[in-house]
Design a protein around this ligand. Structure first.
Ligand code: CU
Length: 348
């Protein structure tokens, strides 16, 4: 409720307006409850008893028109603000009454929710940071957001609302900071042990200071490449801010397509291959997982190091030989072969 960005400001005003409109009903109801109890108490000296009362047009009008008007007002506001504050929609204004100057290029920032830290890649600047997000004030920022492994939520309350960060999905947020200053951004989705410390410093800086910050990051050395991204992705907690002077290209897309580990095929390639298999002549498109599809699936080239062939797509002679057959994890529970083993005792 303490915004430093225009999107968060509009969201706050929306919340205040909705609460205000709803209080128009809630307030009088609370007051009338007490008033009715007092006025119709047994000991009221000037009470009127009217057992034949059954209809009042005035009362009906009030009862029906007030909620109707409120619902109309709320739905109009919901409709317009849902479209105006659509996170995918490019910004039209920097602040109330300040339109985005024509020709302004937004700053691109790629956000990856890792376990349990935030990775920010500035593709236009060739730098990256962990748990530190610096943004120049009054410059529109376009975030592309994904997650490495767990469903998460990118939440920088002073900047904008919560945006989901989902593995294999790319969500977007267009926002702007208007005031310099520091605040915190959080993970808005419970993701396990390191969740509560998964936060980042959000730093709003003037344009000149931002250039200085970028040079400082570039001077600090350290580079982020596929090889150390693999290590960075591994779960870790309470990660201090990190800075990378250079970033290998395409890391965001590799995370998005879940092919950071060496030798792992990218999802986009697997999907392209599946689509090409779909287009093969003789494939029954209306019923893709039956009939002719099985024959074409069987004929498709196996992808090296790739997706194992699904069991239904296999010829009888191929069954039981694929890489998707796993050995049982454990043949016997511990102690099963040793009758006197401590494993067989109850734990105190
Ligand atoms: Cu079917």
């Amino acid at each position: 409720m303490n915004p430093t960005g225009d999107v968060a400001l509009q969201q706050r005003n929306l919340i205040l307006f909705s609460v205000g409109v709803m209080l128009l009903i809630i307030g009088p109801v609370m007051v009338l409850t007490v008033l009715f109890a007092w006025r119709y108490r047994r000991g009221n000296p000037n009470k009127v008893y009217d057992p034949d009362f059954d209809h009042s047009t005035t009362l009906e009008l009030v009862i029906w028109s007030c909620p109707l008007l409120i619902i109309i007002a709320l739905s109009a506001v919901t409709w317009t603000s849902t479209h105006l504050l659509d996170p995918f929609r490019p910004l039209e204004r920097l602040a109330p009454g300040v339109p985005v100057p024509p020709g302004t290029k937004p700053l691109n920032v790629q956000v990856v929710a890792l376990d349990w830290k935030w990775l920010f890649i500035y593709p236009d600047l060739g730098i990256a940071t962990v748990n530190e997000l610096a943004l120049p004030v009054n410059v529109p920022v376009r975030f592309a957001i994904t997650a490495s492994d767990q469903f998460n939520t990118f939440y920088a309350p002073t900047l904008a609302g919560m945006i989901y960060a989902m593995p294999t999905m790319r969500s977007e947020l267009n926002a702007v900071l208007n005031k310099p200053g520091e605040s915190w951004g959080y993970s808005g989705n419970y993701t396990g042990r390191g969740y509560s410390d998964m936060r980042f410093k959000l730093r709003g800086v003037e344009a000149a200071d931002f250039d200085r910050w970028v040079s400082a990051v570039k001077a600090e050395g350290g580079s982020l490449a596929l090889s150390n991204l693999v290590d960075l992705i591994k779960p870790s907690e309470r990660v201090p801010a990190m800075r990378f002077a250079s970033v290998e290209e395409g890391l965001f897309d590799r995370t998005l397509n879940r092919c950071v580990e060496p030798g792992k095929p990218c999802m986009i390639d697997l999907m392209r291959r599946d689509m090409e298999a779909d287009r093969e002549p003789g494939r029954d498109r209306a019923h893709p997982h039956g009939g002719a599809a099985m024959r074409s699936g069987r004929a498709a080239e196996p992808l090296v190091g790739g997706k194992p062939k699904p069991a239904l797509d296999k010829a009888p002679e191929e069954k039981g030989s694929g890489p998707n057959v796993t050995a049982p994890a454990q043949s016997d529970p511990p102690g099963a072969l040793e009758p006197g083993s401590a494993h067989n005792r109850d734990h105190q």
